[in-house]
Design a protein around this ligand. Structure first.
Ligand SMILES: [Zn+2]
Length: 256
């Protein structure tokens, strides 16, 4: 029933933009940050996830990131990622804005992905500015505890957004633009606690759009959502795809 309610909203309210957080990847075996069993319960973010910590002791930060990068590259997209890619392919989803750095949306087949917290796709040398692809970083990590820049020797910084760091140029602007244009913002697996992403639902609502939320646990926007589903993204989203398979996206069709 809940999946059908979301499917109906998606069919009626185009364009639909999706906003995903850590909850969409937990079913791929990737721990989230803020839950009691999350990463920040084990690792102090100020010691392992901040720009200041990286500048002070990059080797220590890499003691956290090296196993994390290994885990992220070994993880596979789950049914939630695959369902979102299918919704885009069917014309029901314009873009996915994600807080996740794990590349799983892209690997599942999503094409329009806005990574507002960066990703592990590349790492940049703070010394000389050279940028390296993940594959090269993994090669360097195979031989050392932290990847040193082959050009200058400085330890590379993953191109993920650390605490105390600005969001990647252009990405949050693009996310805000998408949220304003969306007649439906579908939030999946985010508690909407981390700014500025937490402000995106307000952009959609303020422009007259609707909000739907699939999340385990409450969010500050629950009362303003047209549909609110307490549940697993990996179960709900495939059911949404099934419900939409016979439908045509209304607005998108009209616009063509
Ligand atoms: Zn360098």
């Amino acid at each position: 029933m809940e999946a059908e309610a979301i499917a109906e909203l998606i069919a009626r309210r185009q364009p639909c933009v999706v906003l995903t957080g850590a909850g969409v990847s937990t079913e791929s075996g990737i721990p989230d940050f803020r839950s009691p069993t999350g990463l920040w319960a084990q690792f102090d973010p100020l010691e392992y996830g901040s720009l200041e910590a990286f500048r002070r002791d990059p080797l220590k930060v890499w003691s956290f990131y090296k196993p994390r990068v290994a885990m992220l590259t070994e993880a596979e997209p789950n049914p939630a990622h695959l369902a979102l890619a299918e919704l885009e392919r069917l014309g029901f989803v314009e873009a996915v804005v994600t807080q996740n750095i794990d590349l799983l949306h892209e690997r599942a087949g999503s094409r329009e992905v806005v990574e507002v917290h960066g990703s592990i796709r590349t790492a940049t040398c703070p010394g000389c500015g050279a940028r390296y692809e993940l594959e090269r970083v993994l090669e360097l990590l195979a031989e050392a505890d932290a990847p040193a820049c082959p050009a200058c020797g400085a330890l590379l910084k993953p191109d993920v957004v650390f605490f105390g760091e600005l969001l990647p140029a252009g990405s949050i602007e693009r996310a805000v633009e998408l949220a304003r244009r969306a007649r439906l913002l579908l939030v999946v697996g985010s508690a909407l606690e981390v700014h500025p992403v937490a402000g995106l639902p307000q952009e959609t609502l303020g422009a007259g759009g609707d909000l739907a939320i699939v999340n385990r646990g409450p969010t500050p926007y629950d009362a303003r959502a047209s549909v609110r589903v307490e549940g697993s993204a990996g179960e709900v989203l495939p059911a949404v795809v099934e419900a939409l398979r016979c439908e045509q996206p209304q607005q998108a069709q009209d616009a063509r």
